[in-house]
Design a binder for this molecule. Structure first.
Ligand code: FES
Ligand code: FES
Length: 141
C-alpha cells in the first residue's frame, strides 16, 4: 500500500481492509489521530485525504492508495490554529482537538462564525462547550 503521509511517501505492508485510523496509529506511530466512537459519529479521527476531511475510522486503508493523507502531525508544532486553540483554551482533554483543527483547515480562509459552526457540526466535544473552539478558529483565520 503506497500513499503520501504528511508530505512523505510511505509504503506499508498492511491488510487492505485495515482501518486507516489503526494503520496511522499502530503501523505509522502517529497517535495524534484519536479514536472516539469508532463508528463515524464523533469526528475525533478526522484526517485530510486529498484535502477533504474524512473519518479515518470508516476508511479502509486501500481507499487511500495513491492519495495524500495529512494528520495533525503534518501541521508541525506551531500552526496558527494550534496556537489559537491554546490561547483561547479551545482544548481541554484534547481528544477532539486534532479532528477539530484538521476540519477547520477545510473551511477556507476567514470563515464566518456561522460557517465554522456548520463546518464543525460533525466534530463532537465533551469538554469545552464549543464556544472557545469557535473563537479559536475565528481568531486563527
Ligand atoms: S472515531 Fe471516527 S468518527 Fe468517531
Ligand atoms: S477537549 Fe475534550 S472532547 Fe473536546
Amino acid at each position: 500500500m503506497r500513499f503520501t503521509l504528511n508530505a512523505r511517501e510511505v509504503e506499508l505492508n498492511v491488510a487492505p481492509l485495515a482501518r486507516l485510523l489503526d494503520v496511522l496509529r499502530e503501523d505509522c506511530g502517529l497517535t495524534g489521530t484519536k479514536e472516539g466512537c469508532g463508528e463515524g459519529e464523533c469526528g475525533a479521527c478526522t484526517v485530510l485525504v486529498d484535502g477533504e476531511a474524512v473519518c479515518a475510522c470508516l476508511v479502509p486503508v486501500a481507499q487511500v492508495e495513491g492519495a495524500e493523507v495529512v494528520t495533525i502531525e503534518g501541521l508541525g508544532d506551531d500552526h496558527p490554529l494550534q496556537r489559537a486553540f491554546m490561547d483561547e483554551v479551545g482544548a481541554q482533554c484534547g481528544i477532539c482537538t486534532p479532528g477539530m483543527i484538521l476540519t477547520a483547515i477545510t473551511l477556507g480562509p476567514r470563515p464566518s462564525l456561522a460557517k465554522i459552526r456548520r463546518g464543525l457540526a460533525g466534530n463532537l466535544c465533551r469538554c469545552t462547550g464549543y464556544e472557545a473552539i469557535y473563537r479559536a478558529i475565528h481568531r486563527a483565520s
